[in-house]
Design a protein around this ligand. Structure first.
Ligand SMILES: [Zn+2]
Length: 224
């Protein structure tokens, strides 16, 4: 399927311009306001990312497809690094990152199902839980979830419940995918929240990570 085969994105434009206004206001904010914002942390890699994201958001109105594509690839490279850093004998390498409304990194997660014996310990769930803990709320309004593989039904359901604004994923998962492959949970019009979806970002690299993992196993385990 083609990249950016997406939409409808009902809530996206309003939320996006809100974030942009906030970022523009941030530049003019005094030390007290800035310090109040910083108390929302900890944001591990945040300072660099945040100022970069602010500039990026201000420029977003004028950003063309190339700039948008570069931003998505930047996000996905981070998720790929999380996935690659998690490679063990047992767990399939899938990486997820949640970015906040201003582009700051809130949390990461990698698949830990085998390591923990927890059937729900998919990368997306781990990252969503950690992001909610950072923000002190289950509601992740304005946040972006980036994951190396198309989410399953559980994870697609969870990101809708978390009110994630934007989902970016890499490789398609034809056997279990619930964002277009088998189902399309996140764009079901019967649900009251439908995230924006960007698919196939760095698809070849994301798929290669999985392929390399499974080539190391004579009897590939069921991934999801
Ligand atoms: Zn999942």
């Amino acid at each position: 399927m083609p990249s950016d085969e997406v939409g409808p994105w009902p809530a996206a434009s309003g939320l996006r311009s809100e974030a942009t206004r906030e970022d523009v206001a941030r530049e003019a904010a005094g030390p007290r306001e800035r310090s109040e914002r910083q108390e929302l942390g900890p944001w591990p890699a945040a300072s660099g990312l945040r100022s970069e994201a602010t500039r990026e958001d201000v420029a977003r109105q004028a950003a063309g497809p190339r700039e948008r594509s570069e931003r998505q690839e930047f996000w996905m490279r981070r998720a790929l690094a999380v996935a690659a850093g998690s490679v063990t004998q047992a767990d399939v390498p899938v990486g997820a990152v949640v970015f906040g409304p201003a582009g700051q990194e809130l949390s990461t997660g990698h698949n830990r199902r085998e390591a923990t014996g927890d059937p729900t310990a998919h990368a997306e769930i781990v990252a969503l839980r950690a992001a909610a803990a950072v923000l002190g709320s289950w509601r992740l309004t304005g946040c972006t979830l980036v994951v190396t593989v198309e989410p399953c039904t559980m994870c697609a359901g969870a990101l809708v419940l978390a009110r994630i604004e934007r989902l970016v994923f890499g490789a398609w998962e034809p056997k279990t995918g619930a964002v277009g492959s088998l189902w399309d949970v996140v764009r079901d019009r019967r649900l009251n929240h439908r995230p924006e979806v960007l698919s196939g970002v760095l698809e070849a690299e994301c798929a290669a990570l999985l392929r390399d993992f499974f080539e190391g196993h004579r009897q590939p385990p069921t991934r999801r």
